[in-house]
Design a protein around this ligand. Structure first.
Ligand SMILES: Cc1cc2nc3c(=O)[nH]c(=O)nc-3n(C[C@H](O)[C@H](O)[C@H](O)COP(=O)(O)O)c2cc1C
Length: 493
């Protein structure tokens, strides 16, 4: 019998898995997950939009240290919201060593998102991070744990050092995280450090250690996690290449199909028998958004499934309403296409995008946007000739990237995911009062099938209706097990 939920709503960045979506899913007794990506930027922009509904204020009021919460409020809140064509104030960019101000903003932002997702029910809530976005890890995880996050889920990299961070914070001890620095030499200090006690204005009750689920796409990574992680790994999410967001690159030499997408083959299949032998619970992700696939996953020994795309287009998701509606319409008409772009992401990982006019999936829209890097979540750290650490993004202006020892090949076809993803959730930057950042909607291949969740008389559907439909694939004997354990989970998490 597993003490974990069967259904995990995938963490979808940035802000698509908002607190509202995670709250709606966790209320059903399944696991709602907030995206932890760029939450400090999202909170700052929500406040500059005037905090509609007063939700940020409500969560800030419960932040244990009023001085820190007030500082964030004072810095970013604009009563009534900024003018539509005014620019958002920039937030500082992360680096190996952050200013105290940025660490506080990041701690508070992660607290707020998890706090709101947990509000009004007793079920666990998770937070999703990408390992590749390393700079914010230490303050972000601390903020999420201060709000009582029940699960930390992390993919897009090899998160072997995350369990140690969770353990350190649970013991109120300083945490460290090794930053990947391109070209680093022996003796370089590449460590990020954060002592939680330096951010506590008063003593807090002990923080609970959340479960840690690693998102993986290969047996090798599962083995590495178990053998090399610096603390407990509680399970795996095994994500296939049809999943939305970033995908693990295919193994071996990159082969493209006639549309220019990365091709996955036999070597990319995960051997579930080997995963089962490891004994840890696992969830399957990527195309599991139907009752039949839920049943199939459980029959294969999985503890459940993680589903993203079906939730991305439901009422509570953070995706902006106009994109959501147009994509639901296209899905219903059968005219939607999803393209797995091998180069658009500065991470170098394939990134899926729904083809939608007016967004950066449209070549003309992409080419019309001057390159600019002013959010910097995906910046890579590199060793400068003087031995210090510099930061660069292959989507920034090419001349600047080259001046930082980047290569021109690295810049080809790169898109600014930071600005696009914030535009997707209605926080598009406006420059010089007229240039409005376009979005770029990432989606799983399952987008073509979301019609199954839409009612006959319209296209909008709720997160609870997705949960209900997916859970109808769970055999009755698993359901009764879950009913028994639901109480255990809610009383301990
Ligand atoms: C819009 C969108 C954004 C996503 N962003 C992330 C992310 O930031 N981090 C992550 O680990 N997974 C991300 N994913 C993957 C989901 O968490 C989930 O694993 C995946 O959607 C499951 O496959 P499905 O899309 O076929 O349901 C994203 C998926 C979507 C649809």
């Amino acid at each position: 019998m597993s003490q974990h939920p069967i259904l995990i709503q995938g963490g979808m960045g940035a802000g698509v898995s908002s607190w509202r979506l995670a709250n709606a899913v966790s209320r059903t007794g399944q696991l709602g997950v907030v995206s932890g990506t760029a939450l400090e930027v999202i909170l700052a922009r929500r406040l500059q939009d005037g905090d509609p509904g007063g939700h940020m204020r409500r969560a800030l009021d419960d932040f244990p240290f009023p001085r820190m919460a007030e500082q964030v409020w004072k810095t970013y809140y604009i009563p009534g919201g900024k003018a539509e064509l005014a620019s958002y104030r920039a937030t500082p960019m992360h680096a190996r060593v952050n200013s105290r101000e940025l660490n506080e903003l990041t701690i508070v932002a992660n607290f707020v998102e998890v706090w709101l997702a947990r509000e009004g029910h007793n079920n666990p809530v998770g937070i999703n991070f990408l390992e590749k976005i390393q700079h914010p890890h230490l303050p972000a995880i601390l903020g999420a744990m201060m709000a009582g996050v029940g699960y930390v889920l992390m993919g897009a990299g090899i998160p072997i050092k995350i369990p140690g961070v969770l353990d350190a914070y649970a013991n109120m001890q300083p945490a460290t995280y090794p930053l990947y620095v391109s070209g680093a030499q022996d003796g370089d200090d590449c460590m990020m450090r954060l002592d939680p006690r330096e951010y506590m204005d008063s003593t807090l009750p002990p923080l609970r250690r959340p479960y840690f689920l690693a998102i993986i796409a290969s047996n090798t990574l599962a083995t590495t996690m178990v053998r090399k992680a610096n603390g407990r790994v509680d399970g795996f999410i095994i994500e296939g290449p049809s999943a939305g967001g970033h995908n693990a690159p295919p193994r071996g030499k990159l082969v493209l199909n006639e549309k220019g997408e990365a091709v996955y083959g036999e070597r990319d299949r995960v051997d579930l028998a080997k995963i089962r032998e490891g004994g840890l619970p696992f969830w399957l992700a990527g195309g599991y958004g139907s009752p039949e696939m839920v049943a199939q996953a459980l029959a294969s020994g999985a503890a459940g499934v993680q589903v993203g795309t079906a939730f991305a287009y439901c009422e509570e998701s953070g995706l902006r309403e106009d994109y959501k509606q147009r994509l639901r319409d296209k899905a219903r008409e059968g005219t939607i296409e999803v393209f797995t772009d091998p180069v658009s992401s500065p991470t170098g990982f394939p990134f899926k995008a729904a083809l939608l006019e007016g967004t950066a999936s449209d070549r003309e829209v992409y080419l019309a946007r001057p390159r600019i890097c002013d959010i910097g979540q995906l910046r890579e750290s590199y060793r400068k000739p003087d031995g210090s650490i510099g930061y660069r993004c292959s989507s920034e202006p090419v001349s600047i990237y080259l001046s930082k020892s980047g290569t021109v090949e690295e810049t080809v076809g790169r898109k600014c995911l930071c600005n696009s993803l914030l535009a997707n959730i209605g926080h598009q930057q406006v420059r010089a009062g007229k240039h409005i950042e376009p979005g770029l909607v990432t989606s799983g291949d399952d987008l073509v099938a979301i019609g199954r969740f839409m009612p006959k008389d319209g296209t909008a559907y709720t997160a609870a209706s997705v949960v209900e439909q997916l859970m109808s694939g769970v055999p009755a004997e698993c359901e009764s097990e879950k009913a028994e354990v639901a109480d255990v989970v809610s009383s301990t998490i």
